[in-house]
Design a protein around this ligand. Structure first.
Ligand code: AHM
Ligand code: MG
Length: 348
């Protein structure tokens, strides 16, 4: 005979797997993953939760952008990088600041959109972390409803920074204790590492939560995709041109380039291949910024079994001399990165 309690046990067993999946939120994952409830782990969990909130706010804003006045287009200003600023860049930059105000977590924020680090004085006595971020990666996609991203890196503040110059941030990417990105595509995804593997989450809009999608992502050692802006072909040095000629004449390669490297690198993370933004003759350092674009993505890709290099130096070993330093970037599957390196270093 089946009793009421038997049947409710049975129903719990049946709903358990989907409930467990829905309950694996980002903050829970961080704690579980660090295997600790100590204050450091609680801080990192809370910090990731705030980053997730920033992602949700930006995602919501993007999803309605075409329906609201004054959201798309340029502000008319030029940022510290000499690039025209979009209204969405300003909004997303402010979102990251707003979510960390009164959090006690982050004392300083440094971003592509701000000349100098931004201090949140009320957090500084206890908030020993710094957040470096690119609020909108792939800005040129903003007004055409194409994929965009946000990139972030977490560093522990070293020293007192009494003069407010944040000199301790001029340290290699190995000092990052966490990194990740948010991808605003058909769905919004958050991918992060705290140095123990790479994990992806998808925003469930009905719950308003990022739910675990894949744990410990390992990328293929080789992939067919090469992702580069070939419009720059005549501005590259000969070795990069030679590499691109090589993939043109070799069977098994295909090009993909979206204009937002978060999406291009996300594809490479899942399917393998290589993304390149090399230096040009006029700009040997290329376009991408080391501290809040290349280094966080390098950390993710290395944790997933890939590599990132300038062509000569591992991205995570490059020591910046200034906050907004640029760097050439070759990133992706081990074998594909090695192939590009071999063209740069040996000419074939
Ligand atoms: P952004 O942060 O100002 O948008 O610049 C970074 C972006 C990358 O996402 C993308 O790969 C690249 O710039 C595209 O540049 P280009 O149009 O020169 O190919
Ligand atoms: Mg940007």
């Amino acid at each position: 005979m089946t009793t009421t309690s038997d049947s409710s046990q049975q129903s719990i067993r049946e709903t358990r797997p989907s409930l467990e999946r829905d309950c694996m939120t980002l903050s829970r994952h961080v704690l579980q993953h660090l295997q600790s409830f100590a204050s450091d782990a609680q801080d990192l969990s809370a910090l990731m939760n705030r980053i997730a909130l920033a992602g949700k706010l930006i995602s919501r804003h993007l999803s309605r952008a075409g329906l609201m006045e004054g959201v798309l287009g340029f502000t008319g200003e030029v940022n510290v990088q000499g690039e025209s600023v979009k209204k969405m860049d300003v909004y997303a930059n402010d979102v990251f600041i707003a979510v960390f105000e009164q959090s006690g977590l982050v004392c300083r924020l440094a971003s592509e959109e701000m000349d100098k680090p931004y201090y949140i004085p009320e957090n500084c006595p206890i908030g020993r972390y710094t957040l470096l971020y690119d609020p909108i990666d792939g800005s040129s996609n903003t007004d055409t409803n194409l994929s965009l991203g946000s990139i972030f890196a977490i560093r522990r503040q070293e020293g007192d920074d009494i003069d407010g110059t944040a000199q301790d941030l001029l340290a290699p990417g190995r000092k990052q204790i966490g990194a990740g990105y948010i991808l605003y595509g058909p769905s919004t995804m958050l991918v992060y590492t705290l140095g123990r593997g790479v994990h992806s989450f998808t925003l469930d809009p009905s719950l308003g939560e990022f739910i675990l999608t894949e744990e410990n992502i390992q990328m293929p050692e080789h992939g067919s995709i090469y992702s580069v802006n070939e419009g720059n072909f005549w501005q590259w040095d000969e070795p990069i041109r030679e590499y691109v000629r090589y993939v043109h004449r070799t069977e098994g390669y295909t090009a993909r380039y979206s204009g937002a490297m978060v999406s291009d690198i996300h594809r490479v993370l899942l399917q393998g291949g290589v993304f390149l933004y090399p230096g040009t003759r006029q700009k040997p350092e290329g376009k991408l910024r080391l501290l809040y674009e290349s280094a966080p993505l390098a950390y993710i890709i290395e944790q997933a079994g890939g590599r990132a290099t300038t062509g000569h130096t591992n991205i995570l070993d490059v020591v910046p001399t200034k906050l907004h330093q640029r760097t050439p970037l070759i990133i992706g599957s081990k074998q594909d990165v090695a192939k590009v390196e071999s063209f740069i270093q040996n000419g074939h």
